[in-house]
Design a protein around this ligand. Structure first.
Ligand code: ADE
Length: 246
């Protein structure tokens, strides 16, 4: 997978992409990262890329000609299979979207700033718009990082055991169960007994049950989407109630 990032702050990515899971994936040659400065395609002598919005209003809009020139040039020089614009107006980043994008050979993220990108450039050169959540952040860079990380987790060989992607929160439509590690008792609070008795069938059942209970407490909207999932009766272990949300 080749990840290309086009934006005004291309230097901001490398620190994150060279660490941990993605850093190792890059070292193994499973993923490559390429950064491109949008200003390089500005026709303006001051390298401006934005202008005032037609119709008035605050903020600036990234100009269509700059974005189109940049994307077309990058598509010519590199084999880009899909162009993604991170945007609060995009479709939500759900596991199925990340999984689908992980099957592409190469992605180009177009990172906007200010009020966004001229719609004509989006219509002409962008394949899809993706939102990382119902809030607005200052630009597409952080969102491109989030999407890249979520996508790369589905590339075979990047996450250690395929199993740990399978069990991720949301993967089964539920939030993930809680995790514990040593010490067995921390400040008087023991690890749930079921996790240390070595009975794998019981552990599996407990985890599923915790997953459902946690989802019911924190994200009942997700439960509505899953047909037939109900908490199993189980008196093993302990369930710590969510702190703030009753
Ligand atoms: N750019 C600004 N806010 C965003 C969001 N929520 N998702 C994707 N890109 C964004």
């Amino acid at each position: 997978m080749h990840i290309h990032i086009l934006g005004l702050f291309p230097d901001t990515f490398d620190t994150y992409f060279s660490q941990s899971l993605l850093g190792k994936a890059r070292a193994k040659g499973l993923v490559t990262f390429h950064y491109h400065q949008l200003r390089d395609w500005s026709h303006n002598k001051h390298h401006a890329v934005d202008d005032k919005p037609y119709g008035g209003g605050s903020g600036m809009v990234i100009m269509a000609d700059v974005v189109c020139a940049a994307v077309l040039a990058l598509k010519k020089d590199h084999q880009i299979s899909r162009v993604v614009l991170p945007s609060p107006a995009g479709s939500p980043l759900i596991p199925a979207v990340a999984q689908r994008l992980s099957c592409e050979d190469s992605l180009l993220f177009v990172c906007g700033r200010y009020e966004g990108v001229d719609q004509r450039a989006i219509d002409k050169v962008v394949d899809e718009e993706i939102s990382i959540g119902d809030y607005v952040i200052s630009g597409g860079e952080l969102a491109a990082c989030v999407i890249t990380d979520a996508v790369c987790r589905y590339i075979p060989g990047i996450v250690g055991k395929a199993d740990s992607v399978e069990n991720d929160s949301y993967q089964q439509g539920l939030l993930e169960h809680p995790h514990y590690t040593r010490p067995e008792i921390f400040e008087g609070v023991p690890v749930p007994q079921v996790l240390i008795n070595g009975n794998h069938a019981e552990i599996k059942k407990w985890r599923k049950n915790e997953s459902i209970k946690r989802t019911l407490e924190r994200r009942p909207d997700l439960i509505d989407r899953i047909k037939g999932a109900k908490p199993m009766s189980n008196n093993q272990g302990t369930t710590k109630k969510a702190n703030n949300n009753g």
